[in-house]
Design a protein around this ligand. Sequence first.
Ligand code: ZN
Ligand code: ZN
Length: 167
Amino acid sequence: MVTATPSFPSTQHDHASCVERSLEAAEQLCRDHQARLTPQRRRVLEILLADHVAVGAYEIVDRLADGGRRPAPTIVYRALEFLIELGLVHRLASLNAFIACGHPGAVHGAQFLICDSCGLVTELADPALTAAVREAAERADFDVVRPIVEVAGRCPACRSQGGRADA
Ligand SMILES: [Zn+2]
Ligand SMILES: [Zn+2]
């Protein structure tokens, strides 16, 4: 599903069902592509779905270890590669971190609004913006591979509260 409506996840939204929906979509997508959502890949996706913030690869390693044995970073990178290829996860270059896709299943360009204060990331998949990026790139004779735009700023909660306590 592609939507052009910016929707910041509010702190009150039903996050449990939000996570459930995303995991269901992931499983369906894996079935469609005859790929396997192994427990390891699923855990990585769950970590990225835990909050609407981007998570770095080493943070994912730490969370997978959960006080126990640390998995090799290559295992995490391979899982991330798999999830990115299926369109379930995006890499945010400006943060060198990863975020669960808000529109899994649809091949899409994406724009990310990244809050500098609390790290909240909102994904827009605005077809008009993606088309504008492609057209501008075409005029520059540039072959677009990933039409990803990352925008830094402040989310509505941070604008109204002057910062989130858990930032
Ligand atoms: Zn996406
Ligand atoms: Zn914020």
